[in-house]
Design a protein around this ligand. Structure first.
Ligand code: GDP
Ligand code: ZN
Length: 444
């Protein structure tokens, strides 16, 4: 438990019908008493006036009192629901600070809830992810994580790993001979089953992470085809540098944008041109790398310059085969072609905006909503932990297949278990916690 009693405005800045101030910590009861009089009944809304230091009312509204440990943070918690104006909220906050409360750090309420065992890390993160969800699917996935589905799936895997380790270690302690024949067969099958389930969880989490952070779209094509212009047209602002000089975008530029709530990470790549100077070649190398990791490639072609690019590599030969490609036929304002879906791609003009609505619609349809019930909202750190767990299980599998001793197998399984423990916070470091909670906003 922390000694400090923290407070923060939990509602967004600006003006609204209601503004909520949240408090948590040991002095909550006395702070509330100082401002609203006698403590209200727990978990019931009571209408009170909120007094300033001179006894005059700063505001009036509802007060909610949640005695610990049955509260969000596990500590004594209270909420003051006043009128949502910046001056009122600030005066209430100043009054609480004068009474000895401290301003909460970003994510401090959730951090305390985690430290007091009220929520595991996946749930704490899901709170932030739900608030930040950029699409309906992301919000649905965040609620599933918030309700503990991700944590339960991970905990079940941890339990199976533990059981198997116990089984193997019992073999180490009690058997004279290493496990052989039937016994080892059983172990192999159990490791295989766990490996399959770790892989399945990784897939669901990977999809969840894409929902949260956005799918990656790479814009590729010859220099001057209009890649940067297309990005700007998609983003609706001058996100990338556009010039008439071939080879201007030498690096890979990241832009995050939303198309009707669908979050996308769009990369503008250097033109795929052979030769060039060292910087340009590096750009081409990065472009190829970005394309390999993309969820979709937009291949931009200059309709006005079709077939008139001597000395320029054919971008088609550089496309990774596993990634779906949409050909965008650009500069139709010059070529005179009509906008929209054509046999050879989607015809647009990044300059005039013709056909851009159809392109947005196409991206939305091809990358959009996923109603799969198995998706958990997930973060990069979850994926890293799941990958590490998968590596541990694979190692155990190899060891078992090679007839290695139980000890070696158990050790690899232990590593997998450790990695999974990082997801829910069963295994953590201060550093990890600091990184997670500092990204939250104040009042969470
Ligand atoms: P990149 O090298 O592929 O990124 O191409 P840019 O976006 O930098 O564009 C190269 C040139 O083509 C610039 O002069 C743009 O203004 C021009 N351009 C891009 N899109 C269009 C378009 O749809 N119509 C016309 N007329 N010009 C375009
Ligand atoms: Zn460019």
């Amino acid at each position: 438990m922390s000694d400090a009693t923290i407070c923060a405005v939990a509602t967004p800045p600006g003006r609204g019908g209601i503004g909520v101030i949240r408090l948590s910590g040991p002095a909550t009861a006395s702070l509330i008493e100082a401002m609203v009089g006698a403590l209200p009944s727990p978990r019931r809304a009571s209408f009170r006036r909120f007094a300033g230091d001179d006894g005059a009312a700063i505001d009036e509204g509802l007060v909610l009192w949640f005695p610990g440990p049955q509260s969000f943070t596990g500590e004594d918690v209270a909420e003051l629901h006043g009128h949502g104006g910046p001056v009122v909220m600030d005066r209430l906050l100043q009054r609480l600070l004068a009474l000895g409360a401290e301003l909460a750090a970003p994510g401090e309420f959730s951090h305390r809830a985690y430290l007091n065992g009220r929520i595991d890390l996946t749930r704490a993160e899901a709170i932030a992810d739900l608030i930040e969800a950029g699409s309906e699917s992301a919000a649905r996935a965040a609620v599933r994580s918030l309700q503990g589905e991700f944590a339960r799936t991970v905990e079940r895997l941890v339990q199976r790993l533990t059981d198997l380790r116990v089984h193997l270690e019992a073999g180490i302690d009690f058997a004279d001979e290493p496990l052989e024949g039937l016994a080892l067969d059983g172990v192999l099958e159990r490791i295989e089953a766990i490996a399959a389930d770790v892989a399945e969880t990784r897939q669901a989490a990977g999809r969840g992470q894409q929902l949260q952070e956005g799918l990656t779209v790479v814009i590729a094509g010859r220099p001057n085809a209009g890649k940067s212009s297309l990005l700007n047209a998609l983003a609706g602002r001058d996100a990338a540098i556009v010039t008439a000089l071939a080879g201007t975008t030498r690096d890979v530029l990241d832009t995050y944008l939303h198309i009707d709530g669908l979050p996308l990470r769009v990369l503008d790549t250097a033109g795929l041109r052979q030769g060039g100077d060292v910087v340009e070649q590096e750009g081409v190398r990065r472009a190829r790398q970005a394309m390999q990791q993309a969820d979709r490639i937009l291949l931009v072609e200059d309709d006005a310059a079709a077939g008139t690019d001597p000395g320029v590599a054919d971008p088609q030969t550089d496309l990774p085969s596993a990634v779906p490609v949409t050909t965008v036929i650009n500069k139709i304002d010059l070529s005179g072609r009509s906008a929209g879906v054509a046999d050879d791609g989607l015809a647009v003009s990044a300059l005039t905006g013709e056909g851009m609505a159809a392109l947005r619609e196409h991206l939305r349809a091809s990358l959009g909503e996923d109603d799969s019930e198995a998706v958990f909202i997930a973060r990069r750190r979850h994926l890293q932990s799941l990958d590490a767990a998968a590596a541990g299980v694979d190692e155990a599998l190899e060891a078992a297949r090679a007839g290695a001793g139980e000890e070696l197998i158990a050790e690899s399984l232990g590593q997998a278990q450790q990695s999974l423990g990082e997801i829910t916070g069963a295994v953590t470091t201060e550093d990890l916690l600091g990184r997670i909670f500092s990204t939250f906003c104040i009042g969470k």
